[in-house]
Design a protein around this ligand. Structure first.
Ligand code: CS2
Length: 509
């Protein structure tokens, strides 16, 4: 790229075809991060190209950061998606966004846009962290200062507050039907979002919200969806490479793996784009898709990330390339996550597993262990409690899930004297300050496990009561600090093997 390379825009002709332009926006998207731009935007581009109807452009809202918004505006709302595999990189430019703004800078506009009858779908990728719910109860966290302030009035800052206030305004103005579509890795993300918005409205004083509640129940649908595509963070190197390939400067390209999947409940109150044109599956088994993905992919991903970081692995392919981590990943996936779920009809476990290992092996993608390990307190809350509890109730210790939690705690709440390394140090997490406090005074793994799993109920109330699980995690935290992560993996694999029934051992032999 040279200094006279033109900026990407509709008047320059980049080396790949450009979608759109689309003028009307039927969709408001909250959470203009990389995932949305490499997933939903790509499906929307395929839908619009297939049916040629121009009423589903997307207005994107970034919660705080100006970077993406400013760059998109300077590039006529265009950016490239770089599909990266060891075989090479291919680019596409979805071109489906009609506008973008920063929600925190104009909170009233977020509410107003949700109320605008021209908007018929509000989609969300605000991360597991963005739903303002209490991990121990699953209900709206009314003790969160942001939620408290949003409930008092004024322009709301939380996503749930914005949805509730927007729905309230919409009910009072047009009363036009609306769909709210969560695209985050939360189990039952549709009904979960509905519940939180309802709880917000119900917490308003007096009869302020009764009209909105009636409207919500009658005219707003909350389909669940399962989203899947590995999207690492954008690096300066990628910017340079994409700009060279395009012959135009793109400041905000997004990298993504070739694989992509979207399963959606077909419950749209006011129509939808033909996302199936991009390969989306409309299904009444979305719950099964979600459990499959959140446990098999995300749950195992967490194990790979924490053990990998402790092993000094910078990327997921580096981590899963280590024999003992690969074995641990295979055991957690097949013996602890798989038995906890029912696969969706037509999806074969062996094929899905094979695909996962191929995807994690994609060394060209540069997906970092730090990125997957970030926000573990909210992510693990979605991934581990159900399968762990099911195993425990069946009389089996989920050794590899316990090892995942021990890995997480060793990264975020290391015992005094234990150095988890820089990839762990770089993981950010809302629970970090509380975990740091715990680790500062802890004398044993048991104390760390007890204070976090039982005391903070980091993984919900039910797991907090499983003393056997808490004790096992504590032992593994000690082993990691004393003998290293290799020893803990070896010990866990041996314990898992010893626990498997003779029949099972015969089958796998
Ligand atoms: C990952 C996910 O960061 C994480 O926790 O497990 O972001 C994962 O890459 C995506 O869910 C894949 O669809």
């Amino acid at each position: 790229m040279t200094s006279d390379t033109p900026r990407l825009g509709r008047s320059v002709r980049p080396a790949v075809p450009v979608g759109g332009p689309h003028r009307s926006a039927g969709i408001l998207h909250l959470g203009l991060g990389s995932f949305h731009r490499a997933h939903q935007a790509v499906y929307t581009a395929a839908a619009l190209a297939a049916d040629g109807v121009d009423h589903w452009g997307i207005v994107g809202v970034a919660s705080r950061s100006r970077n993406v918004v400013d760059a998109l505006r300077a590039q006529d709302m265009l950016y490239a998606v770089a599909e990266i595999s060891p075989e090479g990189t291919t680019l596409s430019i979805p071109g489906v966004h009609t506008d973008a703004f920063v929600g925190n800078d104009d909170r009233a506009r977020v509410v107003r846009t949700i109320a605008d009858p021209a908007i018929r779908i509000v989609t969300l990728t605000v991360t597991e962290n963005g739903y303002s719910y209490s991990p121990s109860t699953g209900s709206l966290d009314v003790t969160d200062p942001v939620v408290m302030s949003d409930l008092r009035g004024g322009d709301p800052q939380s996503t749930i507050g914005q949805l509730a206030r927007g729905i309230q305004q919409r009910a009072a103005a047009s009363g036009a039907p609306l769909t709210v579509l969560s695209c985050d890795n939360l189990a039952a993300n549709g009904s979960h979002t509905r519940r939180l918005v309802r709880e917000f409205l119900q917490s308003l004083p007096g009869a302020e919200a009764s009209e909105a509640l009636a409207y919500l129940d009658a005219h707003v649908s909350f389909p669940s969806s399962m989203v899947d595509r590995i999207v690492p963070a954008t690096t300066p190197g990628l910017r340079e490479r994409v700009s060279e390939m395009l012959g135009a400067r793109d400041d905000v390209p997004v990298p993504a793996e070739p694989f992509t999947m979207w399963a959606i409940e077909d419950d749209f109150a006011a129509g939808r784009p033909a996302w199936e044109a991009g390969g989306a599956v409309f299904s009444n088994e979305v719950g099964r898709y979600e459990d499959m993905k959140v446990r098999l992919l995300n749950g195992t991903h967490s194990l790979i990330a924490y053990l990998g970081a402790l092993h000094g692995a910078e990327t997921i392919p580096d981590a899963v390339g280590m024999d003992d981590i690969e074995s641990a990943a295979r055991v957690v996936l097949a013996d602890e996550y798989h038995p906890s779920l029912q696969m969706p009809s037509g999806v074969d476990f062996a094929d899905y597993e094979r695909d996962l290992f191929r995807r994690w092996d994609n060394s060209a993608l540069g997906h970092r262990t730090t990125q997957v390990g970030t926000d573990g307190s909210v992510k693990l809350r979605q991934r581990i409690p159900e399968p762990a509890l099911q195993a425990l109730e069946g009389g089996r210790m989920p050794h590899m899930i316990a090892l995942t939690v021990a890995g997480y705690l060793s990264c975020l709440a290391p015992l005094p004297g234990f150095e988890p390394g820089r990839f762990a140090d770089e993981m950010t997490d809302a629970a970090r300050p509380r975990l740091t406090e715990i680790s500062a005074s802890a004398r044993s793994g048991a104390e760390v496990a007890e204070a976090s799993i039982t005391g903070l109920q980091l993984f919900g109330a039910a797991l907090a009561e499983r003393d056997d699980f808490v004790a096992r995690v504590g032992e593994l935290v000690d082993t990691i600090a004393r003998d290293g992560v290799r020893a803990a993996i070896g010990e866990s694999l041996a314990a898992a093997e010893a626990q498997s029934t003779p029949a099972r051992r015969e089958v796998s032999a």
